[in-house]
Design a protein around this ligand. Structure first.
Ligand code: NDP
Ligand code: 8X3
Length: 251
């Protein structure tokens, strides 16, 4: 394998993670992670035209599998330089008293605990190597709470606190921690949130000219490629048509 740096991307099989995989394939060897084997293999075939690719199949909620898959990396692959904690979703958009406990569990288990499990095992490697860069995908939902956003917002506020905590605790270990907080990005996100209701999902983005996955991928690449002495600690990225979670200029 060549001497390219190694980036590990969770949630690589869709949306922001997939776009980021293509963007970073120009520069890094890639460990692409997901739980859909078919999509991972398809993506790997495409990306392999540009770089070295390793697939890791796991659900970020399964801490045993996360540990085993990351520990299984061979010497060629284990020295991860960049971790992009991207896997996550919203489930439901309901008043708090009407929310489903299964949706709450899914968001907290994936967006918060899953991010922690992956980070834990990658950090073992980064600390030993005394180098690394973690990029957590937060959200505008982690900066302001909006009506019916309750638990999704809570999960992303948790990511915000975790990113700050990581930056402080990892400072002496020479590890950069950055958080990128997108506003509305047209991906599969709303189809998941609204349980495959295509019409409702489309209505989130209609008339907005929203962000797309490639926009966030380019920001991620910019953050990674800053000079070694520079760390973009926290960056919120909005479509021009979006001023806040609730102020939108629809055409
Ligand atoms: P997508 O639904 O398009 O992609 C989500 C990715 O995360 C998929 O690859 C999905 O895999 C993966 N994933 C979800 N749950 C798990 C799990 N338990 N284990 C492993 N992988 C999992 O959405 P986005 O690309 O938009 O979302 C990516 C990140 O960006 C999320 O953290 C989201 O919260 C954040 N975000 C999104 C915004 C938006 O407006 N789209 C705005 C701000 C932040 P699978 O297909 O198998 O479920
Ligand atoms: C996704 C953006 O506004 O749907 O994190 O919460 S929003």
């Amino acid at each position: 394998m060549s001497e390219k740096k190694i980036a590990l991307i969770t949630g690589a099989t869709s949306g922001i993670g997939e776009s980021t995989s293509f963007e970073l394939a120009n520069q890094f060897s890639l460990i692409i992670c997901g739980r859909n084997k078919y999509k991972l293999d398809e993506l790997s075939n495409e990306l392999s035209k540009k770089t070295n690719v390793k697939t890791l199949e796991f659900d970020v909620r399964d801490k045993k599998d996360v540990r085993e898959k990351i520990s299984s990396l061979s010497d060629d692959w284990k020295n991860i330089d960049i971790l992009i904690n991207n896997a996550g979703n919203a489930h439901g958009l309901d008043f708090i008293h009407e929310g489903k406990i299964s949706d709450w569990d899914m968001m907290i288990d994936t967006n918060v605990k899953g991010l922690l499990y992956v980070s834990k095992y990658v950090l073992n490697i980064m600390i030993e190597n005394n180098r690394g860069h973690i990029i957590n995908i937060g959200s505008i939902a982690g900066k302001e709470v909006y009506p019916k956003g309750n638990i999704y917002c809570a999960s992303k506020f948790a990511v915000d606190a975790i990113s700050n905590g990581m930056r402080i605790d990892l400072n002496k270990h020479n590890i950069k921690v950055s958080q990128i907080n997108p506003g509305l990005v047209e991906t599969n996100f709303s189809m998941v949130r609204f349980k495959n209701d295509q019409e409702r999902s489309n209505s989130v983005y209609s008339g907005l000219n929203p962000l797309v996955g490639d926009d966030i991928a380019k920001v991620i690449s910019y953050v990674i490629n800053c000079p070694e002495n520079v760390n973009i600690s926290d960056i919120t990225v909005l479509a021009k048509s979006q001023a806040s979670s609730t102020v939108l200029n629809r055409k």
